[in-house]
Write a protein that binds this ligand. Structure first.
Ligand code: PLP
Length: 486
């Protein structure tokens, strides 16, 4: 252990070593069982005599802070009680303050802190069905290879092999037209949005987002100083007529609107592309979960329909692989690619190379496609089960929005107000059922009352019981019939 002891300006050297070690043990910087450096080594490092160190060690041993194990060394005693304060915690009051945006930033990622017994919260795939062993082998292989013949920084755009694998994957599965050259590998969609927004936006520029919508994207644009406007969504997707005139960037989820679940109609896609061309705007198309499609033919992505070079397509491996890997990508028109890759370089140079190389192999050898095929069957069963139960058992209180892709369905409340539905969600939570209200995805005041029911994190076998408990929460204090009459 590299133990820091400061003896500058001290005269009682042994006493000082004793006091500083005791302090480190008391506040937890040194923990039970930690091995101290041999006295000869510490003495050499501090340029004091060995006796100075041994005197300090012996005093700490005498007081029960340290124990010596013959032949093994000197250790912090197992008998020491746990420190009252956390290791290294300081109690000085700092005058430093973050910029107002960051000071006022709301709590984040709370949804994932506490797993629930019946978890219908969105944003998670089923990690229990992930082929961990295959992936572990793919990563281990890359760690071995990179450890021996690399060890240098890689290209900010990402590994060529992965960019080519992604180009082929989205070319065949989503008909996205791109060369590997125009793909930038990022740490998830979130970083793809960040680097794209950095190169497109100046502070004060207007960004239009869907309302309700994906708040991590909205707050990202706000953090860059953009003026963000929520634009309504109807059954055909984003209402193009409601876009503010001077919009520089429109952020949309056309395949499976997040969170309402509608697919943007072909006519609406054409309108949006024409609007962007007329108003000299860029469109960011977030295609976050469309690999999971249960029936019907997909509508072409905006990127494919675009003939004017205004669409940036972003994708994620958070649903198809695992969100913990933080792997995603941006497909840019050639005119933006260099700038986006420069922004990636400025942000963090590049995404972890061993993970990129392992993913390239995973895609190339067919493991990725196999996993998607397997999960498609699982998610379809969950999608159909939830849709069926909601249609049969919740018909008085919820109206399902039809959808055939992704990892969640959404339902509007038929009679409940936002407050009443919040009470239902609270009661469900008390019964270990976690669901999200549509209100939590609002941009400004909530415009819809309803629930999002995601099925990435809940095992198929738990869905019926989870929904049974949820249904009982609608009945608790006032019957649905009474609500309807009121
Ligand atoms: C709309 C939307 N975009 C993107 C993502 C994935 O983001 P990331 O790739 O940063 O994990 C999610 C995850 O829930 C999402 O809902």
């Amino acid at each position: 252990m590299d133990l820091h002891v400061s003896l500058i300006g001290r005269t009682d050297l042994s006493g000082e070593i004793y006091r500083q070690l005791r302090g480190a043990i008391r506040d937890g910087r040194l923990r039970r069982g930690d091995r101290l450096p041999p006295s000869r080594q510490l003495a050499r490092r501090l340029t004091v005599s060995r006796t100075t160190v041994t005197v300090a060690y012996e005093r700490l041993m005498g007081e029960g802070f340290l124990t010596a194990r013959v032949g093994a060394g000197t250790f912090v005693s197992d008998q020491i009680s746990a420190p009252a304060s956390r290791a290294g915690q300081r109690h000085v009051k700092s005058p430093l303050r973050a910029q107002p945006f960051w000071e006022q930033f709301p709590a984040f990622a709370q949804a994932f802190v506490r797993p629930a017994e019946f978890d219908f919260r969105s944003g998670l795939p089923d990690a229990s069905l992930f082929p961990h062993e295959e992936w572990r082998r793919a990563v281990a292989q890359q760690l071995r290879r990179t450890a021996s013949d690399r060890g240098v920084y890689g290209p900010p755009a990402g590994l060529q092999a992965l960019r080519e694998a992604i180009a082929r994957h989205i070319g065949t599965s989503r008909s996205v037209q791109t060369a590997a050259d125009d793909i930038t590998v990022t740490n998830g969609t979130q970083q793809a949005l960040d680097v794209v927004a950095r190169v497109l936006l100046a502070p004060g520029d207007r960004v239009a987002v869907e309302a309700p919508g994906y708040s991590p994207a909205r707050v990202l644009f706000e953090s860059l100083g953009a003026r963000v406007t929520g634009v309504p969504v109807d059954e055909a997707g984003l209402v193009v007529d409601a876009l503010p005139r001077q919009t520089r960037v429109v952020y949309v989820t056309p395949s499976h609107q997040y969170p309402l679940g509608v697919s943007m109609a072909l006519r609406r896609r054409a309108e949006l592309l024409a609007w962007a061309d007329r108003h000299d705007a860029a469109i960011i198309e977030d295609d976050y979960d469309s690999e999971f499609r249960f029936r019907g033919r997909p509508i072409e992505p905006l990127q494919t329909l675009d003939t004017t070079g205004r669409v940036i397509y972003v994708g994620s491996f958070s649903k198809t692989m695992l969100p913990t890997l933080r792997l995603g990508f941006a497909v840019t028109p050639p005119s933006l690619t260099r700038a986006v890759q420069a922004a990636k370089y400025v942000a963090d140079w590049h995404t972890a190379l061993p993970l990129q190389a392992a993913l390239a192999r995973f895609i190339e050898d067919g493991s990725f496609a196999r996993h998607i095929r397997k999960m498609n069957v699982v998610y379809q069963a969950r999608h159909d089960l939830i849709s069926d139960v909601v249609a049969r058992k919740f018909s008085e209180c919820l109206q399902l929005i039809p959808s055939v892709v992704g990892l969640h369905v959404t339902a509007f409340a038929r009679v409940h107000t936002t407050e009443q539905l919040r009470a239902v969600v609270r009661r469900a939570s008390a019964m270990s059922v976690e669901v999200q209200e549509l209100a939590t995805f609002a941009v400004g005041a909530p415009t819809h009352v309803g629930l999002v029911l995601a099925y990435g994190a809940i095992p198929t076998a738990s869905i019926a019981e989870g929904l049974r408990r949820l249904r009982s929460c609608f009945d608790t204090d006032r019957s649905v019939e009474a609500l309807r009459r009121s």
